[in-house]
Design a protein around this ligand. Sequence first.
Ligand SMILES: C[S@@+](CC[C@H](N)C(=O)[O-])C[C@H]1O[C@@H](n2cnc3c(N)ncnc32)[C@H](O)[C@@H]1O
Length: 725
Amino acid sequence: MAKIEDLIAQIPDERLKKAIVAEVRELKKNKKFGLVFEEHLPETVRLPKMPVKEGELVAKKRESGNELWRVKSIRKGIATLEKAIEGYPKPSEDGIQAPVAELVVVRSFGDPIYPALMPVDRVERGGPDKPWHMLINADNFHALQLLLYAYEGKVDAIYIDPPYNSGARDWKYNNDYVDKSDSFRHSKWLSMMKKRLLLAKRLLRKDGVLIITIDENELHHLGVLLESLFPNSLRHMVTIVINPKGAGKKNFARTEEHALFCVPNNGQSLVNANFIKDLSRVGLTQELLQEEEDEELERNDVSAADEPLELPHDLTPDDLPFPIEELDQWELRHARRRGNESSYRHQRKNQFYPIYIDVKTHTVEDIGDSIPLDEEPSFKKKNGFTPVWPIDKEGNQRCWRFVPSSMRSLLDDGRLVVGRQDSVTGRWTLNYWVLKNKTTKVKTVWWNTRHDAGTHGTSMLHKILGRRDAFPFPKSLYAVRDTLLTVVGDKPNALILDFFAGSGTTLHATALINAQLGGSRRCILVSYNEPGEKAAKKLHKQGFFLGDPAFEAVGVSESVTWPRIKFVTNGKRDDGTVLKGTYIDLDGDPKGLRWADGFDENLEYFRLDFLDPDEVARGDSFKAIVPILWMVAACRGEREDSKGSTPWFIPKHSPFAVLIQEKQFRAFREKLAERKDIEWVFLITDSEENFSQMRRTLGRKYECHQLYKSYLENFRINTQDALKG
Ligand SMILES: C[S@@+](CC[C@H](N)C(=O)[O-])C[C@H]1O[C@@H](n2cnc3c(N)ncnc32)[C@H](O)[C@@H]1O
């Protein structure tokens, strides 16, 4: 018996005992298993480019941490400050003065800000047909929100390698390094991760996969967090030996870290081992695994053979829920269960319900609810649509393969289709599209020398950048490549995101996969520009702070991420030094591509800046949002600038168009007709009604977006909504 029950049993007063028992019962109902942490720790961001004005929340540049002030007034470059947080600092410190030059504007997460992508540098080596990879220098909380505007539900794989929170001051929370002595260390980390993962989840496609690498410091906390954030995903853990020699001061020498995979549980395998050619080397097995249990039954079932899978009409590309080129990767399956076991109504009572079809257009229109076992199915039409029940030729009541909610998501995905009509019974069959079974599976422990982070991470980075200790603990290029291969090896146009980019290994690995397998996989990296603690301290002493060019120059994205991806793409450093080395091939052969050959890829580097809408002239604000529109249009074609002073803007090389002067809609349409490649159209109007009307006129050919005339308002981020995820 639990302790509480023991104690209750000792209460002599029966009435009191009964009352307490009832209360405890209620309390137990509310108690749920899960992670308990202080998730309301506020997070702030410093915005060095924003002007310090009266009323602004500020911090002192020289101070680390989160001591905040409100600017009461400014006179001759000196600001008078008052405490910004109740009770702290002490009221007596109110009215203190500080030079404006020593202050930096701060925003709490939840206070809106206006982002703009500022181009910094680019590399063009992939030719006009390859989309552009991006590096965004920003705090990822802000970058993720901006990315949501462009890529909600569009990302195939997110690979992140967040700070491991080892207590070694390896990351910052509210402008302060988190160390071992911080009693909120784990809460801060979980709170930081949760905010970002909630946004990341929205970016993933329905079949998109999230991969997070981690070591023992936060592995278990992260596992429980993922369980609560991704309850419908399968969670797998791959252990990768990254340091065969072992590290650690006491008891054990750790050799491994882990990659947690969150894979949608949609009835099909999304991990494909076939793209890692040297299967035995990375611990894969060729062994064919059993298919789903009821598929086995189906093969033994004579009645299934009588009902070949057939569509009632010729297929056109419009009928398919995937591009026609991928047809050979998909197959049709019966939507009704077959076989002798687990396929009858009484065995799966929630899987007997009507599916409504339009018999003229041969389309599935609606999914009904399961009916109780004692209720007979109704064959009455609903809204003109014919109900189809899972009843076989002999009239036996069977069941559908899935419960109504799963069937509805198949319908939403366009994967549920009408099959043929039985000429005798008049009954329709229903089928669904499924990716062909991937029978080879990837084992969960990888032990291969090419995953050694020392040789293929730290030393490789040294050879690329030409300097030691540029970045702590970069991943082995091949560990990242092999991890990505499992989920995007068979997706030549996959969109991959890494928002804890560090030294940029993920983009390097993406380019290598494209080079080794062919394809135009695209990678977006986000990395903030915090330098390491030692370098930052030195610069602070010299009077340089975040936002100052001298400080920014030594930050991670500026001094490591961008140079690394630029040099490996060009095959040489900026000073002309040719990179010496060879990539290990997919079959494990170290005689593969030469580093010096670089990659046929296009890259663009942006800094995420925050604009003050009051200070930005109209033309400048249009110019500031154009890169965001280009990003929405899948970063295709060389990016062009515009100040928005013409009636419309249709860049020569990118597949998007912007109507700037609403009155010119008719002429704009004519222009659009001349450009067959346009897929995205942005219509600038403050009227929802006009937008809907223009959108209707343009038809379904384009993905249309409404933009408000005060351009920056369109991309306002950091609002309370973002915190809800
Ligand atoms: C463990 S490292 C990633 C290493 C990377 N996988 C590699 O191979 O080089 C984590 C990175 O996330 C960055 N980071 C931490 N917090 C961030 C944030 N809020 N926004 C953007 N980047 C952040 C750190 O600067 C660090 O470079």
